[in-house]
Write a protein that binds this ligand. Structure first.
Ligand code: SF4
Length: 324
């Protein structure tokens, strides 16, 4: 699987695969893809995550020990299925609160009113992952059950307890007053505050109640507290933003030392009446990933220094400096 094929797979985002070919099937509990079952496919040093959908134009078949991915009866690539640990391979990526007081129009978490895991439950999950011998990192994320501040307090308590596993810990939450310092002091090694989009008009429509300027200020502070190559932010692609807006947004983030993660939009059927979005084409994904790579190089940011969350996983994105 080269970068072009990975772009095709991400653009489609799903695969028709028989359950017998899959080991442990994962279900996402956080973010836009919450509630979807997916597989991780690895080939040529690259990884892709695909949602299982029996109507997908991509089909998986077994050929010897290889999983072959076909489209229109033509082989696109072959490789192996990777088992996830918790949410993704090699990491325990755990969602604290599977609910949210906000109403971002691309996200199903607010519609699910899911549970809030306590610290003991999370520690038990990580303990099991640790004893597999495969745990390379821990990542903690959360919706906002009550307020960003109380969610940060939950994350702080969890991170303190998980330090004993002696693996890098990443945290991705909604920023709150003093959240960066609190999370760093608790023991987090890397942090992600998502801007979701750098198109301000679109932001105000799809993220009502959130403040992009506050998130950007938090990101800037995070770079001064966590350091270079340790601060990240997701930008969704396919909300109607132009390539120019994406490029300007990537430049703005990279200039302050933040590594942007460009994420193809995936609108769940539960949200399809509330938002118009277009999954980006493979060509657009490649173009924007190349632009991001140029910006990262320009500001001397290094994706391969990242140890937790989405950059080392790479399942959902074309990762600049890694995939191309
Ligand atoms: S890239 Fe991020 S969101 Fe996607 S599967 Fe990996 S860890 Fe999860």
């Amino acid at each position: 699987m080269d970068a072009k094929i990975k772009a095709v797979l991400i653009s489609i985002g799903s695969i028709d695969i028989d359950a017998s070919l899959v080991g442990k099937i994962g279900m996402s509990t956080a973010g836009p893809a919450a509630g979807e079952k997916s597989i991780f496919f690895r080939s040529g040093g690259r990884r892709v995550r695909l949602t299982i959908d029996h109507k997908s134009p991509l089909h998986a078949a077994l050929d010897g020990e290889d999983i072959v991915i076909l489209m229109d009866n033509r082989e696109l690539t072959r490789g192996r299925i990777e088992e996830e640990l918790i949410h993704c391979p090699e990491q325990a990526y755990i969602t604290i609160s599977e609910r949210c007081i906000y109403d971002c129009k691309f996200c199903t978490v607010p519609l699910r009113d899911g549970k809030i895991k306590n610290t003991k439950e999370i520690k038990e999950l990580v303990e099991v992952a640790y004893h597999t011998g495969l745990l390379k990192a821990i990542a903690i994320t959360s919706g906002v059950a009550d307020s960003p501040g109380s969610e940060v307090e939950r994350a702080v308590e969890v991170i303190k307890v998980l330090k004993k596993y002696n693996v890098p810990i990443g945290v991705s939450v909604c920023p709150a007053a003093n959240s960066t310092v609190m999370l760093k002091e608790a023991g987090a090694d890397e942090i992600k505050y998502n801007v979701e989009t750098m198109d301000r008009n679109i932001f105000s429509l799809v993220c009502p109640g959130l403040d992009l300027d506050f998130i950007l200020e938090a990101l800037e502070e995070a770079v001064s507290v966590f350091g270079k190559n340790k601060v990240y932010s997701n930008m969704l692609i396919g909300l109607g933003e132009s390539d120019e807006t994406v490029e300007q947004g990537v430049e703005e983030l990279a200039r302050i030392g933040v590594i942007p993660i460009l994420r193809a939009i995936d609108v769940h059927p539960l949200r399809s009446k509330e938002i118009t979005a277009d999954r980006p084409s493979p060509q657009r994904l490649l173009k924007l990933a190349k632009i991001t790579k140029e910006k990262l190089d320009k500001y001397k940011l290094r994706v391969d220094q990242s140890q937790t969350m989405c950059l080392p996983c790479g399942g959902c994105d074309l990762v600049p400096q890694v995939d191309l």
